[in-house]
Design a binder for this molecule. Structure first.
Ligand code: NAD
Ligand code: TYD
Length: 333
């Protein structure tokens, strides 16, 4: 299979590239990535020399490079996106460009080149917050942030291409991922790195917001399955079945690192902060998928990875990250 992966230098994309090369002998992957602040070729260290892998530096909004890269592909998986909710609040423009217009550029190329399969990587955040129960793939979209609104816009375009042009599209909507190679602006790697350095952990609001945590390899397995066995035009939820409050995960990280709860600092809440996300994943279960990594084991493995790869996150924290951190937390932590 000749597979084009976009955004393969980011967190989930790089884990997916590794996963596919390890699982499938006969796969060839081209990774198209713009290398934004979140893209990092260090995430792919060790596989650059694999003859089944190529990197193309480019923007998914650039129709010329997208056309050249997708020509002859058997499938496209689109991970490329601006992904951080807080950045979408301080500056939404890039989210609309990449997440909406970039997706449209890819869809046009897929249609024109008659690529047999296109998988859009989406998020449970498109459904919005839910007090009780869980969203299914049929639930309405009700996004809260410019990030989730951009992702919802992309999902609707993807589904419209299926209905209007018969483009063979699929969508996965996963819950929040954790694991190695995640940029230390998201809560898990940020709090691990801060705790290691005895810096404060900025918990938004009362810390009781609930997310459903999914170990990144379980997401990769779900994406691989949908790519092979999913029905075109369909959406598949992928969740870990681990509903945990932010404060619980914060305490667990501190415990795993042997640090004190005194590092916790309550800071002003995120505007429009969704209280709880929950998705029903029985549709993907019907294809034979189930998450394999229990939350406790996955979190311990993740803390261990960051603790044993300080050079990876210290390099990031010496660059653009510093300005972002000062801007976002305004010297409060
Ligand atoms: P990330 O921010 O770690 O990486 C994004 C990657 O996309 C980077 O390598 C970046 O350079 C690249 N990119 C950004 N704009 C680009 C453009 N215009 N052209 C080409 N490449 C571009 O993101 P992630 O956390 O790995 O998320 C990957 C996908 O999964 C996203 O679509 C995101 O919405 C979705 N998702 C993420 C989570 C999560 O918990 N991280 C949960 C659900 C869904
Ligand atoms: P985040 O890691 O930004 O992922 P997302 O918003 O895409 O789900 O946030 C996860 C949860 O952690 C969310 O409820 C906001 C909270 N959070 C904090 O309390 N403090 C922080 O510094 C960050 C980055 C997030």
């Amino acid at each position: 299979m000749r597979l084009v992966v976009t955004g393969g230098a980011g967190f989930i994309g790089s884990n997916f590239v590794r996963y596919m090369l390890a699982e499938h002998e006969d796969v060839h992957i081209v990774n198209l990535d713009k290398l934004t602040y979140a893209g990092n070729l260090e995430n792919l260290r060790g596989i650059e020399d694999d003859p089944r892998y190529n990197f193309v530096h480019g923007d998914i909004c650039d129709a010329v490079i997208v056309g050249k890269t997708l020509r002859g592909a058997d499938a496209v998986v689109n991970f490329a996106a601006e992904t951080h909710v807080d950045r979408s609040i301080s500056g939404p423009q890039d989210f609309i460009s990449t997440d909406v217009l970039g997706t449209h550029t890819l869809l046009e190329a897929v249609r024109r080149l008659e690529i047999p399969r296109y998988l859009q990587i989406s998020t449970d955040e498109v459904y919005g917050s839910i007090e009780e129960g869980a969203f299914t793939e049929e639930s309405d979209l009700d996004p809260s942030s410019p990030y989730s609104a951009s992702k919802a816009g992309a999902d609707l375009l993807v589904l419209a291409y299926h209905r209007t042009f018969g483009t063979p599209v699929l969508i996965t909507r996963s819950s929040i991922n954790y694991g190695p190679y995640q940029y230390p602006e998201k809560i898990v790697p940020l709090f691990i790195a801060n705790a290691i350095d005895d810096l404060q952990l900025p918990v938004y609001g009362d810390g009781l917001n609930v997310r459903d945590w999914l170990y990144v390899d379980d997401n990769c397995a779900g994406i691989d399955l949908v790519l092979r066995d999913g029905v075109p035009g369909h959406v598949y939820n992928i969740g870990g079945g681990n509903e945990v409050q932010n404060l619980t995960i914060t305490h667990r990280i501190l415990e795993l690192l042997g640090k004190s709860g005194e590092l916790i600092r309550y800071v002003t809440d995120r505007p429009g902060h969704d209280r709880r996300y929950a998705i029903d994943c029985s549709k993907l279960g019907g294809l034979g998928w189930a998450p394999q990594v229990p939350f406790e084991a996955g979190l311990a493995r993740t803390v261990e990875w960051y603790a044993s790869h300080p050079e990876w996150w210290r390099t990031i924290k010496s660059g653009e990250w510093r300005e972002y951190y000062a801007r976002q937390y305004g010297g409060t932590v």
